[in-house]
Design a protein around this ligand. Structure first.
Ligand code: TPP
Length: 628
């Protein structure tokens, strides 16, 4: 703990990155400062334990008789994340899902300065559905030990969650800079100090004849000396200095995995069934191809689990996970309760115990009330544990704009800014079914072998799109690439055309529209453009983009996300820093998306791309004429 408090690079858990507590040897993952954000993953970890008996993931971390311990303070109990996790634990019990989980509320009666109303914690926790309750006085170590042990045994036996409400005192204010005299009376401070657990326990040892007064004092002084010597020692230990040192654990280490050959044809036939097996050999739209890819991946890797709202029997809002529930069962295609924090927390806990979760967020706009689970939890775990812990997963999110007549902003959110700036997070965004299959396989490889957290954004408006240029041309339908044959690697972009006049850089719907614009530019204006699908939003595929655009006179960036904070800002900077080409961008307006006839009015259009391309190329030519 002293190595942690002094941020020594020898700190066994964080390697000097933060004063977080944890231990690989004792299986205590480090927790970030965000209060209550660890409760959802505690639910996920507990859920993973009994599931691991059935599915035995290759990288299982917890023994099958383990229980999960998760503590939090009395003020933190009020956080919506805590409430959501307690609710999810109770809900799971009603669904008869085994959940060996012990919550402990350490109730010292105060947050930083705001007091918890007397009786609140007990009344709030004692009668929760699906959650057993016990209380104890933390000052009394003997009773606390007995109550905890009894509760732990009950949880281990019943596989049902419980909460221990432990009352305790707070000494010396919340943190170094917190002066408790500002909000507590002298009498309150003295009352807490009179109940200093050390003095209380010492008093009890003497009163009950376990130790003499002198023996207690000797123990105290001997311990104080030992701590002082250790403190002197750790102060001299090295700390982190350089950016490279700090950043070395943002990306977790790769891990050895057993080879898992692509699924046998006979197994596929049995699972897909006749009609779908025929469909596998015909061109299909994006939604169907993702469904096929998920089926083959789940067949290949037993540790893949789908979790989300409506992913099961219904097969997802857009039918992407249709039939998977029937194919793999309710324990691998899990219909969760309606809470995005729980969905992502479930995935984090499952990932930590060797599963490969694929949580689904129904719509991009609904990621936002749970984004801290990615930002503050999933993405930071390798960082704060010096690469000792990871929670690999592939998060599928349906998103972006252009849905005709459905839902306005909430079902057409067009900003990925919240994902792009998270260190270590990979953001993939396919534009078509073929790419989606190959990129999904790469996403699973990245999670399984490299322990990465991958967010896979699926453009809803293209799910069922069949045609590219005109009705019935089938230009957006693709044949399913058979498992194990082809691949798209992280950072690999797709280049369509070999034109030198102009490079259009885009992704998702923008790529689709840019291909239409390319045809118009060629047919109507004799301009030869190539169109580049970035495929990967983060990390930005810089080298591939520069290489793909290098032969072209000009570069036009087409970005369907809101102008401010969009990928186009990073792309403009990339080309400004690395190329001499005339570069311009069109992006969505800084607006929310309307529903009704104006649904696409704030977004780039085919005609808008054509206009911008012509403008850019003309300006470039006149500049050239001017300079010559
Ligand atoms: C989400 C979030 N909001 C605010 C804070 C700042 N903060 C840190 S600890 C704390 C009070 C926690 O009180 P309690 O849960 O009773 O635990 P205690 O510190 O008393 O053990 C606050 C507000 C935080 N860390 N996380």
């Amino acid at each position: 703990m002293l190595l942690s408090f002094t941020t020594s690079s020898e700190d066994p858990i964080s390697g000097g990155r933060h004063k977080v507590l944890g231990s690989r040897a004792l299986n205590i993952p480090p927790q970030t400062s965000t209060i209550a954000s660890h409760l959802p993953k505690a639910v996920g970890a507990a859920y993973s334990i009994d599931l691991s008996r059935r599915l035995k993931p290759e990288h299982q971390d917890y023994p099958q008789d383990a229980i999960v311990y998760c503590s939090f303070g009395d003020a933190s109990l009020n956080h919506s994340t805590a409430q959501g996790a307690l609710n999810a634990a109770g809900w799971s019990t009603y669904r008869r899902a085994p959940l060996p989980l012990l919550f402990v509320c350490q109730d010292n009666g105060i947050g930083i300065s705001v007091k918890t109303p007397p009786g609140w914690v007990c009344d709030s926790l004692a009668h929760r559905p699906g959650l057993a309750y016990a209380g104890c006085n933390g000052l009394d170590v003997v009773a606390t030990y007995a109550t905890t042990k009894q509760l732990a045994e009950q949880i281990r036996r019943s596989r049902k969650p419980a909460v221990l409400h432990m009352r305790c005192v707070r000494l010396y204010g919340h943190a170094g800079a917190d002066v408790q005299q500002a909000y507590l009376s002298q009498a309150e401070i003295e009352a807490a100090e009179a109940n200093d657990p050390l003095l209380y326990t010492a008093r009890r040892l003497i009163e009950e004849g376990v130790c003499s007064h002198d023996e207690v004092l000797d123990l105290y002084l001997e311990t104080e000396g030992r701590v002082a010597r250790a403190a002197e020692d750790v102060i001299a230990r090295p700390g982190l200095r350089t950016a490279a040192q700090v950043m070395s654990s943002i990306v977790p280490p790769a891990r050895p995995v057993s080879s898992a050959p692509p699924p046998e044809q006979s197994a596929r036939e049995a699972l897909f069934g006749g009609p779908d097996m025929r469909a596998v050999n015909e061109a299909q739209h994006l939604a169907k191809l993702i469904n096929f890819a998920l089926t083959d991946l789940m067949l290949q890797y037993r540790e893949i689990l789908l979790v989300g709202e409506d992913v099961g029997r219904k097969g997802g809002v857009y039918g992407v996970t249709q039939k998977l529930h029937g194919r793999f069962g309710a324990h691998r295609v899990v219909d969760t309760l309606l809470d995005e924090q729980t969905i992502l927390g479930l995935a984090i806990g499952l990932g930590q115990n060797g599963f490969l979760p694929m949580p689904e967020i129904q719509f991009l706009a609904y990621l936002h009330n749970a984004e801290d689970q990615l930002r503050g939890e999933a993405a930071t775990l390798p960082f704060f544990s010096n690469g000792q812990y990871a929670n690999p997963m592939v998060v599928r999110i349906a998103g972006l704009g252009y849905q005709r007549g459905f839902g306005g902003h909430f079902h057409n959110d067009n900003s990925l800014a919240v994902l792009r700036d998270i260190p270590g997070l990979i953001v993939a965004c396919p534009s078509n079914g073929r790419d989606a299959v190959l990129m999904l396989r790469e996403a699973v490889r990245l999670a399984r072998e490299e322990q990465r957290v991958v967010v896979f954004v699926e453009p809803i408006a293209l799910y069922m799109t069949r045609d590219l240029h005109e009705d019935g041309d089938g230009g957006w339908m693709h044949r399913y690439p058979a498992p194990g044959q082809e691949s798209v690697r992280l950072g690999e972009v797709n280049v369509v055309g070999e034109g030198h006049d102009l490079a259009i850089v885009s992704y998702a719907n923008g790529f689709f529209l840019s291909l239409q614009a390319r045809k118009a530019l060629k047919d109507e204006h004799g301009l030869d453009a190539r169109v580049i699908d970035m495929r990967w939003i983060a990390p930005l595929p810089k080298a591939s983009l520069l290489e793909a655009t290098a032969p072209c006179e000009c570069v036009l960036i087409v970005d369907e996300c809101r102008r401010t904070g969009s990928q186009s800002e990073a792309l403009m900077a990339l080309f400004a820093e690395h190329s001499e080409q005339a570069t311009a961008r069109i992006a969505a307006h800084d607006s929310f998306i309307a529903t009704g006839p104006a649904y696409a009015s704030t977004l780039p259009s085919r005609d808008g791309i054509v206009d911008a391309a012509l403008r850019l190329c003309r300006e470039d030519q006149s500049l050239e004429r001017g300079s010559s």
